[in-house]
Design a binder for this molecule. Structure first.
Ligand SMILES: C[S@@+](CC[C@H](N)C(=O)[O-])C[C@H]1O[C@@H](n2cnc3c(N)ncnc32)[C@H](O)[C@@H]1O
Length: 221
């Protein structure tokens, strides 16, 4: 089990941003690669957080399921979306995906990378089991080792995972970073349909700050 309870504290104290809008890359990769609309799709979101991506999936008439380790955020989400009360659950996605049905699509937007390598491997095994044949996994914003945070973080016993005592990653949990070789190894049981690395160089307010993350589309064949 690798879920950090710091997340629940963040949602209780409202110290993590309560996003209400879907993330643009999630929207564009889902529209591009899973072609929703032709037939009703069943979707699972790993780490649904404050539910930013839920309205997007409901607008596609998808059958939406979600899992998050924070009791506080799941309680709020059920109150806000009573029709989803049986579909969204509290749980650690590195331990189990407690759903009976299999999914056409499983998505993660910046949740898996708050877990260390061993937890991510276990989670991806569970994702593989829970996808239908030809089902897709879309991972958005998996932090890259080229991101400024990789150098500034404190080492842990996992070379791809860093901890923080300040800065933008402080207060949530450790962060897992990826290079291409590590990613391909993590996803070795899938067919990779797309692997993009986004590298942004911020100029103002901090000059030449590099923010870098991967977007992934993988298929169970
Ligand atoms: C940065 S937020 C992203 C939330 C949402 N995906 C979004 O795009 O707004 C990360 C979320 O992942 C959840 N999380 C991290 N590790 C988890 C784990 N092992 N099991 C379940 N949830 C986890 C946290 O509770 C948090 O809500």
């Amino acid at each position: 089990m690798t879920f950090s309870n710091k997340w629940d504290t963040c949602y209780k104290n409202k110290t993590h941003s309560m996003n209400n809008w879907p993330f643009s890359d999630l929207v564009s990769y889902v529209m591009r690669f899973s072609k929703p609309g032709k037939s009703k799709i069943r979707v699972l979101e790993l780490g649904c957080g404050s539910g930013a991506n839920i309205p997007f999936f409901l607008s596609l008439n998808a059958e939406y399921f979600g899992i998050d380790g924070s009791k506080t955020t799941i309680r709020k989400l059920k109150k806000k979306n009573p029709m989803l009360k049986n579909n969204i659950v509290v749980g650690d996605f590195t331990k189990e995906l407690p759903f009976q049905k299999k999914f056409d699509l499983i998505v993660d937007r910046a949740s898996i990378n708050h877990n260390p390598t061993n937890g991510i491997k276990k989670c991806l095994d569970l994702v593989h089991q829970k996808l239908k044949t030809n089902g897709k996994f879309i991972g958005i914003d998996w932090v890259s080792t080229r991101d400024i945070g990789y150098k500034s973080g404190r080492k842990t016993n996992d070379i791809f995972t860093k901890s923080y005592v300040g800065g933008r990653y402080y207060g949530v949990s450790k962060i897992h970073f990826n290079n291409e070789k590590h990613l391909l190894n993590l996803l070795k049981n899938f067919k990779i349909l797309c692997l993009d690395e986004k590298i942004y160089k911020s100029i103002i307010p901090i000059k030449n700050k590099t923010i870098a993350a991967w977007n992934i589309v993988a298929q169970k064949s």
